[in-house]
Ligand binder design. Sequence first.
Ligand code: ZN
Length: 463
Amino acid sequence: MGTIISGGTVVTAGDVGLADVLLEGEVVSALAKDIPRAGHELVNAKGCLVMPGGIDPHTHLDMPFGGTITADDFKTGTTAAAIGGTTTIIDFALHQKDKSLREALDTWHKKARGKAVIDYAFHVSVADGRDEIIAEIPQIIETEGVSSFKVFMAYKNVLQVDDQTMFKVLKACARHGGLVQVHAENGDVIDVLVNEARAAGRKEPKHHALTRPPQAEAEATWRAIRLAEMAQAPLYVVHVTCAMAADAVSEARKWGLPVYGETCEQYLVCDSSDYERPGFEGANYVMSPPLRGKADQSALLCKLKNMDLHTVASDHCSFNHAKQKELGRDDFSKIPNGAPTIEDRMAILFHYGVNAGVIGLSSFVALTSTNAAKLFGLYPRKGTIAVGSDADILIWDPGAARTICAADHHMNVDNNIFEGMQVTGKPRSVFLRGSKIVENGRFTGSAGSGVFQKSAKFFPIQL
Ligand SMILES: [Zn+2]
């Protein structure tokens, strides 16, 4: 016996229309106008949107940062993600300089296995360009099911790599079917600015933003694009925050380069004035790159509308205000970077994108699910509703309103940067591979039901 989701408006990245969807086993087995009931369980989705479960391609769960560790692990983080409508995350396995990429992946498999309640895949970061690390890249792609490799142009003396390392990673990925992801900020310039600010006795959270100007992001984005062009490699720019950097991505695409851009919902609705919040509350908004001005928010929305940016990820990286963000009370550069954003990603984009009339329903699905599946080798198993695809289904009530609030969110953290925002549109039910895991804001699935998903090689695609 299967489940028929009946009477809803089915939305994919390509189409919108009334249809029934039959889930049998773990997959979608039929999509048609009226599917005969034939003993199947019936779920009435009238008045709701039926969409592929969200794919969040940028999360940090159970991750060490600056002497502390993120507040959410794979259990709490993926539970909150599910309640928000996401059925797959792609988390970053962080490589450590003296170790192998394989060891980073082993560590992350241990963190996720038995804890994740939704499906998960991995990207792996590359912290150094030793020959043996570059030689590992094809093996990782062929045997580990991981095809995306992240390099950091910022976080000097910690994660930052030089251009030579980045160029080698790009070349290896171009040859073997990998996709390089880049954190594009000029870490050398930022290091100078941070040291100057500290020497001048500047302590408050706002100096985090003032020492990481948009020019530092734009310069690094351009440099990354040129390096990728010389290496004949595809490039994915994570968390694009400002017009200057987004323009670089658009410009590269005009020349026909396979360059893709991601932004995050917080850059659409929070801005640099949040750093001026009273007390030490501004610390909750410290993330890298930092929040920008209102003009940049409009520019990013415009880029999403035109599909000049391709994914909206959360970059979820949660730290409690108490005892974690407070580590930087006397020094803005010691505030752990990141915010809890995994749960509200889809609601924020729906409200400020779809309800505001900026993007249509199919674009919403493309930006929250389909494009990530295509870029990271999960499509068409994930990221769409089609016969044979995994039955990861989100039944979305477009008229349900709520106010975002840390007191009742499901992330394991004491703050929410969207606190007080009123949003309309939320999941009614969520299915993971045919099983219902969320019902009316409550997690109803079972512990550890998430399964690791192998990513196929990167294939250049038109998005
Ligand atoms: Zn990140």
